[in-house]
Each structure stands twice: as structure tokens, then as C-alpha cells.
Design a protein around this ligand. Sequence first.
Ligand code: PSU
Ligand code: MN
Length: 307
Amino acid sequence: MSETTVMLSEEVREALAAHRPVVALESTIIAHGLPRPRNLAVAEELESLVRAGGAVPATIAVLDGVPRVGLDKAQLERVASDPAVRKLGHRDLAPAVAAGASGATTVSATAFLAARAGIRVFATGGLGGVHRAWTETQDESADLRLLAGTRIAVVCAGVKSILDVPATLQRLETLGVGVLGYGTDRFPGFYLASSGEPVDWTVWTPEEVAAVIRAQDALGGPEAALIVANPVPEDEQLDPALHDRVLARGLAECRERGIGGQAVTPFLLEYLTRHTDGASLEANLAAVRGNVRLAARIATAWASAAR
Ligand code: PSU
Ligand code: MN
């Protein structure tokens, strides 16, 4: 892909050229994962958190057919408020570019564009994965396959708990995507600090994560992402009983209403927010903030070791 096909903001281009730390941020969480108008304040807050951590934020989206890495204030506002902004997975990028369309990028599209731009660290809330009804629907997020072929470290609170977590972990193993528990030996549960599933590797510091990234590069071989699974603090998690109760109803309603494809995840996130009086939203935000802060520290540790 040529430089002109993917537009880097000047700030991001300069930071990358000088080997300064950069953190990629996705935009689907902004456009389709959070209620308006709070989503814009969150988008701005996440960028500030990256800056406070000494790194340059690179929020990624497609605007009028141009994939952009690093958005200015007006572009961020558009992603947060324009109803014509679609949800773009990796496979949607080419049609969107060709049609001159605008869209927010999911983990798959963001990881792809970030890696093309030369960004090594990416922060989000929770990854997509294998959906609970996958045996009937075959619904497995494109996030997984894309991460299997992309050398990027993704800081996340695990995968969304609306998913089949054990099945998703199994797919990640099959696909060769490494998983590190950050300060935990349990895979986080997105809204919940723990999904109850074990992880094989635990790290405690950003420097340890940077060392794993360097070892990945030194070993070479097939490109694959590294998942840094960072739990939401326990005192900020959603009440587990409330989570299970509301999610069961949300999944049933999703089925009854025949919601499928790209609409499933936004529907369930919104359903949980509405039926927990906003408590799930607060847990989601706490997780994302923690991930963004940690990503800035990892990017900084990696950049200083790489120099
Ligand atoms: N994390 C959040 N909220 C979100 C997402 C992640 O806290 O809305 C988005 C990401 O963009 C992820 C997408 O790639 O949900 C998964 O969508 P799907 O299941 O349709 O692949
Ligand atoms: Mn899906």
C-alpha cells in the first residue's frame, strides 16, 4: 500500500520517523460502541491519556475514502457524531476506499492500518471473538484471523464477555496469537476482572511486554499479534451476577429479533448499558482507560529499548 493510500497525520509521521512512542486507537468503539454524545468526550480523553503517558495517539478511521492514521479534532468529531460513519472491518476497507465512504475501524481494520503505518502498539476495550451461538451462526469476529497475520501488540481487557470466551481462547491458540496476562494468571472478562479462564504467561511490567515484542521480532517467522490482556480493576468491574443476568436476556432478545452480522456486538453492548443503568458502560470505560494508559507505557518501553 502506498503512502498516499493511507494518510498519516503529520504528528504521527514525525513521531514514527523519530522512533518516538505511538499508540494506535480504534474508532468503532467511539462510533458504534459508546452512547452519544459522551463518545466524543471519551475519544478525546483517550487521546489525552496517551499523551499523558508520553506517547502520541493515532486514532484510526476512514474518511471520504481515505484511511487516516491520526485524526485532528474535527475528524474525531465527525467519527463520533456523523450517522453516515459505517462500521468497517478489514474486509470493508477496499470497498470503502473505492466508494469514497467513511467509517470507523474495528480491531481488524485498525490493526491492519496501524501495522502498515509502522505502529507496534494498539489499545482497545475488548477484542471480538467467537460468538456464543457460533455453532449455528458461524459468527467469529474477523478480529481473530487478522490478528493471526499481523505483528502488533494489542492491549485489551480480554475479549468481550458477550462472547464464548473458552472457544475464543482456543481459536487464538490455533491461530498462533500469543496471550499475556498483565498482572494476572486469569484471562480478563472485559466488564469483569476475570473470565475464570487461565492464561499461560503472566507479565508484570511494561518492560517485560516490550521484551516479548523484541523477542517476537528477533525470532521472526509468521507474523502474529501479541495480546496483552489487562483486567479492569476489580473495584471498577460490573457486578458479576448483574452481568450474567442481563447478558442472558440480551442474548435471548438478540436471537428473537434476528439481529446478526456486524449489528450483534453494538446491540449487545447497548443492551447491557441500558439494562444495567449505565453500570456496564462505566466498567467498559474503566477497562479502556486502563488499557490506553498501559499501552502508552508499553510503547514508551519499546521505543526506548529500540533506540
Ligand atoms: N471494545 C469495546 N467496544 C467496542 C469494540 C471493542 O470496548 O465496540 C469493537 C471493536 O472495534 C471490535 C468490534 O473489533 O467491537 C468487534 O465487532 P464484531 O464482533 O462485529 O467483529
Ligand atoms: Mn461478527
